[in-house]
Design a protein around this ligand. Structure first.
Ligand SMILES: Cc1ncc(COP(=O)(O)O)c(C=O)c1O
Length: 383
């Protein structure tokens, strides 16, 4: 049977290919986006799972919008205004998919920063959106270019990751957050604020969400993959009720609801007094790993390469002289180091700059040392 035309144009997910190469025990992987499993709050999870085993009701079918007690908790935790609605999703990735299916017809314009999150490009590509990109600078998207883009393309959505962007690690400045929100209001574009890394800040000041400056023109995606555990597959989508209702309809057709036992488990976690400490330990570990990586990169990166400093999240973006980044990543893999070449983070038509995305959360300091030395050596010979 022939696969659908919409799928024919999608290349096999590079994420899967990277994770496959990275699972080779002889390869040091800076490629995946895996949280460090030492941060999973197993001391809370183990007894909570045993307790939940006694609760028959959570093993029955549940509500599409989510497990009521968890939703109540999240409305308070994130101080959602009274006119906002939240729905639990199977990871924030499902939230993205539901938004695409509920709102995007083929050729509808969706704007993103370039480079952008691979999973978002895949979702919007599958629904045959016309993906248009705007260059990202150190403060976030180029505001003048964004306004021109809104004027020329009349997009439905602007997809963004303002806190510790994947792949660049960039955190939008306050001025950029306000300016983007103002443009979304002015041109009636819905801002999709994807915030899986927001709570992984290890230095600097937390900034208000961009969506808080345009609450009626935004949808927020949150994830518990990076602050609890990705295997739970729990995320949340929230926004003005009229924006969320269509997503509930699509989710009914997609999976009826997300796993209720996993939602109940997440609630146990969030309600546990030691969860805040777990989160602090998590960010402290990532701060140490980032500092180690940044220190090694300073030592080993040849001239012409540049590391963008980050204040949180899981990735750094190392700019390299213009080159074939796929070939560079291949050479590194031959030396036993997996990285992600920048090209995969751009749609085919976008202007690309050469860089490597490096993950700093999931590799020991010892392996980081070896990997960065090898990156330095390969860059010196190839760039
Ligand atoms: C920017 C971004 N959005 C969404 C996701 C998906 O996360 P989840 O595990 O919540 O589905 C990821 C995963 O790495 C991501 O980087």
């Amino acid at each position: 049977m022939q696969i659908a035309k919409s799928l024919q144009q999608i290349q096999s997910s590079y994420i899967r290919e990277i994770l496959e190469a990275a699972s080779n025990p002889n390869v040091i992987s800076l490629a995946g986006g895996l949280p460090n499993d030492a941060t999973f709050p197993m001391d809370i999870i183990k007894p909570a799972m045993a307790k939940l085993g006694e609760e028959l009701a959570i093993f029955q079918y549940g509500d599409t919008a989510g497990y009521g007690p968890l939703l109540d908790h999240l409305y308070t935790r994130y101080q959602l205004p009274a006119n906002q609605k939240a729905m639990i999703t199977t990871g924030s990735q499902q939230g993205l998919d539901l938004i695409a299916r509920a709102y995007i017809d083929p050729q509808d314009c969706v704007v993103m920063e370039a480079p952008s999150y691979l999973g978002a490009m895949q979702v919007f590509g599958l629904c045959q959106a016309n993906i248009v990109t705007v260059e990202q600078n150190k403060q976030g998207p180029d505001i003048e270019a964004l306004e021109q883009c809104f004027i020329s393309n009349a997009p439905k959505l602007f997809y963004s990751v303002p806190d510790f962007h994947n792949p660049t690690g960039v955190c939008w400045s306050l001025a950029t957050r306000k300016a983007v929100a103002a443009l979304c209001e002015k041109y009636s574009v819905t801002l999709v604020e994807d915030a899986p890394y927001r709570e992984l800040r290890f230095s600097g000041e937390t900034l208000p969400m961009a969506s808080s400056f345009c609450p009626d023109h935004s949808i927020v995606l949150r994830s518990f993959s990076k602050i609890a555990a990705p295997g739970l597959r729990i995320g949340m989508v929230s926004g003005k009720e009229s924006l969320i209702q269509p997503l509930i309809k699509v989710k009914q057709g997609a999976d009826l609801h997300s796993s209720v036992p996993m939602q109940a488990l997440l609630l146990e976690l969030l309600n546990n007094d030691s969860f805040a400490q777990c989160l602090e330990n998590n960010t402290a570990l990532y701060r140490d790993r980032y500092n180690k990586m940044a220190e090694e990169l300073e030592k080993h990166l040849p001239n012409g390469c540049e590391l963008t400093q980050v204040e949180g999240g899981m990735f750094v973006w190392v700019k390299v002289p213009q080159c074939d980044t796929f070939a560079l990543a291949k050479s590194l893999l031959a030396e036993g180091v997996a990285v992600v070449p920048s090209d995969v983070f751009y749609p085919p038509s976008a202007a690309k700059s050469s860089a490597l995305r490096l993950n700093f959360t999931n590799c020991s300091p010892f392996d980081l040392d070896i990997a960065i030395q090898k990156i330095g050596q390969v860059l010196r010979t190839q760039c």
